[in-house]
Design a protein around this ligand. Structure first.
Ligand code: SAH
Length: 232
């Protein structure tokens, strides 16, 4: 899978993509991430990419042309499944959305800044808008990284134990059971006996029960788990 990220502050994007699981995904050739500095498409010696908003008011708006030039340069070379604008009012990123995106081949993630992008881009060029929550951040870079991570870790072959992402929370509509590691007792805090029993069937049954309980508690908080996964 290939992800192109367009950003006015590309420095913000680098480190998280160069470590841990995202690094592994890239090293294994399973995920290609290309970062594009919007200022390379800006105007004049200041490489301007923003301007005052029509109608007045505080805050700059990102201009159409630098963004569109960058997007058109990319779309001239390959077909993109989606051109995504990271937007506080977009549809909320959830596991289902990440699963669906992990099946795509090429996507562009556009990070806004300042007051956001000229609305005409949203009307004519953007094909999907994704939010990471109902709050406003100063730029789309962190949301884009959240999305790349959520997508990248579920691409087959990225996680070492290939099946482990399947048992994480939200996959299959349930919350994952609790996990423990050594020591088996710490300051009197004990690991549940069943996990030390070596009895696989009992352990499995306990995990399923814990998962059910956690899911119930989660749903009781008024939260929901998207379920209609269709990955065929
Ligand atoms: N004026 C806009 C906010 C702009 S914030 C408004 O009131 O809706 C600047 C940029 O940060 C946005 O263009 C967007 O790309 C990004 N951003 C901020 N919060 C976000 C969120 N919750 N999810 C995704 N992107 C977000």
């Amino acid at each position: 899978m290939r992800i192109d990220i367009i950003s006015a502050v590309p420095e913000l994007l680098r480190s998280p993509l160069e470590h841990s699981i995202m690094k592994r995904a890239r090293d294994r050739g399973l995920l290609e991430v290309h970062i594009h500095d919007l200022r390379d498409f800006g105007f004049g010696k200041h490489r301007q990419i923003d301007d005052y908003q029509y109608g007045g008011g505080a805050g700059m708006v990102m201009m159409i042309e630098p963004i569109l030039t960058c997007i058109e340069k990319l779309t001239a070379d390959r077909t993109y499944d989606e051109i995504v604008y990271m937007a506080p009012d977009g549809r909320l990123l959830d596991q289902q959305t990440a699963n669906q995106y992990s099946l795509k081949e090429n996507i562009i993630l556009l990070c806004g800044h300042y007051k956001g992008i000229d609305e005409r881009l949203r009307e004519h060029t953007i094909t999907d808008e994704i939010s990471i929550g109902s709050y406003v951040l100063s730029g789309g870079e962190l949301p884009a990284l959240v999305m790349v991570d959520a997508i990248g870790r579920i691409i087959p072959g990225v996680l070492n134990d290939e099946t482990s992402a399947l048992f994480d929370s939200f996959q299959d509509g349930v919350i994952a059971p609790p996990v423990y590691t050594r020591p088996s007792e710490f300051r009197g805090w004990k690991v549940p006996d069943v996990l030390l029993s070596g009895h696989d069937a009992k352990i499995q049954a306990w995990r399923e029960e814990q998962s059910r309980l956690r899911t119930k508690q989660y749903l009781e908080k008024g939260k929901s788990i998207p379920l209609d996964l269709d990955l065929d």
